[in-house]
Design a protein around this ligand. Structure first.
Ligand code: ZN
Ligand code: ZN
Length: 420
């Protein structure tokens, strides 16, 4: 049973409710471009994950089979008092490993490269919760190996992992204030907001997943204060809504420093040093590539309302397609979803181009619609091909209309990129 797949409709519903509250209270915690950027990273993470998630499972299964210290059959984990106690033990032990995984993900460059994606949004709302990395499969599994060495069954650990992830969703909101004693025991919206801060007063604090007690035990806890508001985001801003660049940007920075430093020792050290550390020679030659520290402004390129509406509508189609692809992946296997996933990834890339105000966005989008129509006709039977080609045709007309409204009418509220 895939708990996360079951949770997704509830996530989307909660997100819509939060968006409604945000509009009703006029709090402005949501920006269309940023939310679509975060959800695009989430879609990329989920769909790319179809092709990578087996790796940790294979390693974990191998360790369990060959090196487990205790034999704990799945039947022990039933609804008896002992069974429930074992479940709770597994969940707490997983959360403990998560704390260290998460802490190293912030403190160690090569792990930060994967985790940074979750923190790049300069807003904080439920869409930020779904903003997840696509490269977590590389190293994340290492931190949970002790639990497999102990011998907890794979099914149990996969389940408590899902519970841990699902729990963390709701804390990504600014609409829930302090929760009193709960803030001292559990990860709550208040103390997870602190975790997403880039201001010096809060940065690198509150790593817990479900329990905040780990932070209190290991000296990384920081409560949210009324006199210091959180500034959301990372200390080296991403400055794009492109989910691909979001995933690659820190790896790119590390590669750049590694390539440009003269010291062979530092070429390696770049990857395994404390986050933010740079070899002295490259830091001196390229100071503009260092983190900027405290920063109040947000990345917010102006976008014409008609283009924004087009991007929003296309994103709704892409999100719906993601749900359909998820169902197809479960039913028909990976081969069946490779082409749709590729189409989806190109779509996310093209839409980010508009959100970023890229001058190439229009060309990329026209190319995408043409490519999708041709691919559908070549790859799929009559009805599917017809539907996809129809979608591409309607989208092309909508795009030209949006562009014309943008160019000719007085509906822009601020300077915009012109797609003429
Ligand atoms: Zn984090
Ligand atoms: Zn978070």
């Amino acid at each position: 049973m895939d708990l996360i797949a079951i949770a997704i409709p509830f996530f989307l519903l909660a997100l819509l409710v939060e968006l409604g509250v945000d509009r009703y209270r006029a709090t402005g915690y949501y920006r269309t471009t940023d939310a679509i950027g975060s959800l695009s990273a989430g879609i990329l993470s989920t769909t790319f994950g179809y092709f990578t998630k087996l790796l940790p499972l294979i390693v974990w299964g191998f360790v369990l089979e060959n090196f487990a210290l205790f034999d704990m059959p799945l039947s022990l984990f039933d609804l008896s008092p002992v069974g429930l106690l074992l479940w709770i033990t597994a969940a707490v032990a997983w959360d403990f490993c998560y704390y260290w995984f998460h802490r190293f993900s912030h403190e160690w460059s090569i792990l930060w490269a994967a985790h940074a994606v979750h923190h790049q949004s300069e807003d904080y709302n439920l869409s930020t919760a779904l903003r997840q990395t696509s490269t977590g499969f590389l190293f994340g599994w290492i931190f949970y190996l002790p639990l497999f060495l102990i011998g907890f069954p794979l099914e149990v650990l996969v389940t408590v992992n899902a519970v841990n992830l699902i729990y963390q969703f709701w804390v990504h909101t600014r609409h829930v204030g302090s929760l009193g004693p709960l803030d001292r025991w559990l990860v709550t919206p208040s103390n997870h907001r602190v975790h997403h801060a880039r201001n010096s007063a809060y940065v690198d604090r509150n790593y817990g997943g479900i329990f905040i007690v780990w932070d209190r035990l290991f000296g990384t806890f920081e409560p949210e204060r009324d006199d210091e508001s959180v500034v959301y985001g990372v200390r080296k801003p991403l400055n794009t809504f492109d989910p691909f660049r979001a995933n690659l940007s820190v790896y790119g920075d590390l590669w750049f420093d590694s390539r440009h430093t003269a010291s062979w020792r530092d070429k390696l050290r770049v990857w395994f040093s404390r986050t933010g550390w740079r070899p002295a020679d490259v830091a001196e030659r390229y100071p503009e590539r260092s983190a900027t520290g405290d920063l109040e402004s947000r990345y917010d390129p102006p976008l014409a309302p008609s283009i924004k509406a087009y991007v929003f509508a296309q994103f709704v189609v892409a999100a719906t397609a993601t749900l359909a692809i998820g169902a197809a992946a479960a039913d028909s296997g990976l081969q069946a979803v490779l082409a749709p996933c590729a189409g989806l990834w190109i779509t996310l890339y093209a839409l980010a181009g508009f959100s970023d105000g890229s001058p190439r966005a229009l060309t990329v989008e026209r190319g995408r619609l043409l490519l999708i129509a041709i691919a559908a006709v070549v790859l799929y039977p009559g009805l599917v091909a017809l539907m996809v080609a129809g979608y591409a045709a309607v989208s092309t007309i909508a795009l030209e209309l949006a562009r014309n409204i943008n160019n000719n009418n007085e509906i822009r509220s601020k300077p915009t990129v012109n797609y003429d």
